[in-house]
Write a protein that binds this ligand. Structure first.
Ligand code: FE
Ligand code: FE
Length: 162
């Protein structure tokens, strides 16, 4: 594809995120199923609903750029989900499995946060306030999810795993 401007780069990065979010919608129900702690199950289920909203926001951002929403295989998300699957395939104690699922999920959240931070900044620089606002909203939700997982790990799950 054409890669001559910051806007071209932004579209390219949005396609990566759009595909990544789509992959995550398929993976999160499996992660919720693999979790034993009810709060962790709930965290994954809540984030699944949020993730559907992230897809919708990306569609609005594509629209604001006059582009149709299209994805491009995100190899990194594929790999991160693959690592999560590896974890789920382990014969682990439930508490240890939960701690491992959190580790996998936080890698995913941090990857998404990096991606959204970049495209949010491009949107600001390009003067696309609507896109910047939408992308910031998603970035905030990814950040809150990450924080929630940290709290759950530090206050409950890592202790049980120990
Ligand atoms: Fe997301
Ligand atoms: Fe996420």
């Amino acid at each position: 594809m054409e890669m001559n401007s910051l806007q071209d780069l932004m579209v390219d990065q949005l396609k990566d995120l759009y595909n990544a979010e789509g992959q995550l919608i398929k993976a999160l129900p499996r992660m919720a199923k693999a979790a034993s702690n009810p709060q962790l199950q709930q965290a994954f289920t809540t984030h699944l609903e949020q993730t559907k909203g992230h897809v919708e926001r990306l569609e609005q951002v594509f629209e604001s750029l006059g582009q149709s929403a299209k994805g491009k295989t995100c190899k990194a998300m594929k790999g991160l989900i693959e690592e999560g699957k590896e974890m789920m395939g382990e014969d682990a104690e439930p508490e240890v499995m939960d701690a491992g699922l959190i580790a996998a999920a936080q890698r995913i959240e941090h990857y998404e946060m990096a991606g959204y931070g970049c495209v949010r900044t491009y949107a600001q620089m390009l003067g696309n306030k609507e896109a910047a606002k939408l992308l910031q909203q998603t970035l905030d939700e990814e950040g809150k999810t990450d924080k929630l997982l940290t709290d759950l790990a530090e206050k409950v799950i890592n202790l049980e795993a120990q």
